[in-house]
Design a protein around this ligand. Sequence first.
Ligand code: AMP
Length: 550
Amino acid sequence: MLSTMQDVPLTVTRILHHGMTIHGKSQVTTWTGEPEPHRVTFAEIGARATRLANALRDELGVDGDQRVATLMWNNSVHVEAYLAIPSMGAVLHTLNLRLPPEQLAWIVNHADDKVVIVNGSLLPLLVPLLPHLPSIEHVVVSGPGDRSALAGVTPRVHEYEELIAGRPTTYDWPELDERQAAAMCYTSGTTGDPKGVVYSHRSIYLHSMQVNMTESMGLTDKDTTLVVVPQFHVNAWGLPHATFMSGVNMLMPDRFLQPAPLADMIESERPTHAAAVPTIWQGLLAEVTANPRDLSSMANVTIGGAACPPSLMEAYDKLGVRLCHAWGMTETSPLGTMAHPPAGLSTDEEWPYRVTQGRFPAGVEARLVGPGGEHLPWDGESAGELEVRGPWIASAYYGGADGEHLRPEDKFSEDGWLKTGDVGVISTDGYLTLTDRAKDVIKSGGEWISSVELENALMAHPDVAEAAVVAVPDEKWGERPLATVVLKEGAAGTDYEALKEFLAESGIAKWQLPERWSVIAAVPKTSVGKFDKKVIRKQYAEGELDVTQL
Ligand code: AMP
């Protein structure tokens, strides 16, 4: 029997219309670095997004599912692009402004982007690339920045504000199939070419609803969220669409991502929530330790993208800011898990749950797969590769304009689950604890050592600001851990024996303790602010590190 229910497509157009009407008074505030930030209501964003759609169609000829790229910071104009482009049936392609230029060019060409909307301050990055981007016909520039480099470029150049000015605030939005492409994002591609993940209207809609559930971020129109996670990093973790759906106010840092302006904007705008990777929270902590600011409005923070050291969580607890650990990937839209402890526990009893990656929402099914392909029990002990499936999980990568979508065997199982490449355990009550990336785990004498466990233990040491542990070749054991540490300012020198002893005291098994140590100035970071361990491995291999062997 078929149901008797209406089959209304789940589209970004619905989110746009709902946000601009029902939540018309909610605001997007963008930091400008000047005394006053820029403020715009959802009603105004909706009207401007509609004007943008008209301009893209009538002036720039964007048609069908053509790709419109953005090379932008987090700001209100970027939110307009998020809503307008998918709603008109085109595909929003957010470009990662921290990628090496060759990779950026590769991605634009692979996606066959027709238009790029760029922040003026990012023109020095874009303009030298334009001769290598034959598909780009139009460049639309928004916000401050010197335009002189644009003289003589081949694509047509438009000023965003002039382009949308005076256009109609109505649009004949097409009836879209909810399975159609709405947005795309390329993975940061640490090995091989970057891979394009294409989100559908349906996946964005359902993911937004999940983000808004109390068991996930659970924000309402009484909240303001500080969206530090870049809009090019998995759609800012889905926040712009989710917030527009439920009227959550957004505070956008634009290009002011350094710890000092972040602390300033928190103190003056008093957001109730924020989202960013651990390195941002590490930097902010150092800043407010040196120059105290009031962060207490920010009661809840979503932290993910890399493992959150428990010591960081403790430090923020003391500031009245609760970090909630979340796990996800570009391929999972990204919300995969969030670490809200179960009900009825004391603060002490909650702790072991808070330091896990969290539990899965109903929309994400999970399984652990052992080295021989066997499915492992959820017993908190059996470690295997995490595989997931669900309505906002990728089933393939974009294959290019003429190619079929790609399903590489190392990323998708035969029965269609996503192989995450993350290794961990799941407890009987469904909490995931990741021990490593499959490629970062240290294989010593046939046993596995978790680099993350060593790093977390090291970062709990009062003199250690950051620590990254990588596998290095060892004649006897195959691989052994190399511990690289960044010392806090004012730390009293390095005593590796003492650090090793500290690890032993924090419960690390003796055979897992590193014998190779190096102090480094900073842990190298990827384009989205995660530890870039391949750089450390390379530095070690090329003899660039000053290593002490105990
Ligand atoms: P990306 O697609 O760039 O967001 O990278 C996704 C990867 O980041 C995952 O496969 C994990 O390896 C890592 N990751 C994300 N969140 C966490 C977390 N909470 N703990 C540990 N690793 C994480």
